[in-house]
Ligand binder design. Sequence first.
Ligand SMILES: CC(=O)SCCNC(=O)CCNC(=O)[C@H](O)C(C)(C)COP(=O)(O)OP(=O)(O)OC[C@H]1O[C@@H](n2cnc3c(N)ncnc32)[C@H](O)[C@@H]1OP(=O)(O)O
Ligand SMILES: O=C([O-])CC(=O)C(=O)O
Length: 378
Amino acid sequence: MSVTPSGIHRGLAGVVVDTTAISTVIQRTNSLTYRGYAVQELAAHRSFEEVAYLLWHGELPGPEQLADFRARERALRPLGRGTAELLTRLPGTCHPMDVLRTAVSLLGAEDPTEDDGSPAANRAKSLTLLAKLPVVVAADHRRRRGLPPVQPDPSLGLAENFFHMCFGEVPDREIVRCFEVSLILYAEHSFNASTFTARVVTSTLSDLYSAVTAAVGALKGPLHGGANEAVMRMLGEIGDPERVEEWLDGALAAQRRIMGFGHRVYRDGDSRVPLMQAATDRLVAHTGGPEAARLAALHSALRDAVLRRKGIHPNLDYPAGLAYHLMGFDIPAFTPIFVMSRITGWTAHITEQLDHNALIRPLGAYDGPDQRPVPAVL
Ligand SMILES: CC(=O)SCCNC(=O)CCNC(=O)[C@H](O)C(C)(C)COP(=O)(O)OP(=O)(O)OC[C@H]1O[C@@H](n2cnc3c(N)ncnc32)[C@H](O)[C@@H]1OP(=O)(O)O
Ligand SMILES: O=C([O-])CC(=O)C(=O)O
């Protein structure tokens, strides 16, 4: 992404638009911190709920704070009958991100405090979305398989409960932990496109649900969150590790983007990839069997070939896409799962934007026709 001769930073590449205390990529060490804590350490030692609390409150919760936070999240999970029913009326042909976007919009329309932008009201709305969005994603996942929804289980943590709602059972601890690692890694990433979208909407003093609805739309795109789905489709298209070089010849000749590779901020590789790749490797070993081995071989063959031929490293969506497939989720649910996690980062940024708000309204350099008279109507 380049700066044009007239000094325009297309795509806002390299432009610093505000301060943030939520997260940062440290280029020197190629690491990412949430509120000052290395994400690797958080992923190794903490739950997704603790990370959500950290992003929202600036500090990790103590035992009592965590117990209270968990209890409130679990109590908020059930969807109103009207909401659940309305979502089932959306066409089965639409993308699950459309269902999620509609769900956020609907939850806003139903909330009598929608226009209360106070920190307390927005904290309550953020927790509501954290609790309810997995219920929406799971019910939609089942609907597409022709199955009735499974109600949330308040005795289970967020990650376990999601498996329970999708499949009617909770898998081995190893699988749940890999999933939780993905949620922690996906939770927050500074001024990425969807978070910036949420901040733009918030900067007009619109409500939190509107900002999140817009952010879901931004994340859906294949250059952003939609890439985790595209990765799995691409692996399906290639099919066999032996076909990688031939497929890549064709893709590069056609100037196709290789999904799950490249990043606006990282040039030497996404800091989150080693951890997610390790989790995916554990899943492959845990799953066992020739199919998992074939996919793992294809995945690493493509990674090595893209790096060797284009010098481009994988981003988080590359290992996460394969991991979600191995966990048993259908491809169209991958980006909605990203939303279940990123809701924490988005809402932290919405609060931060409101703390020191300035309307986000850049300028454009006009390069259309010079002023001219409107032709007379004949
Ligand atoms: C969680 C996330 O959202 S991570 C991002 C997920 N998105 C993807 O995986 C989609 C594929 N990746 C991409 O399209 C890009 O790498 C982006 C959009 C993520 C970032 O790109 P930008 O910073 O805007 O860089 P830009 O698009 O200018 O690319 C720079 C050069 O690298 C090439 N390039 C970058 N990524 C890729 C890719 N995945 N495949 C092929 N070429 C690529 C571009 O073609 C361009 O080449 P050129 O200078 O010869 O024209
Ligand atoms: O930061 C970005 O541009 C995209 C990304 O990796 C994320 O949102 O997690």
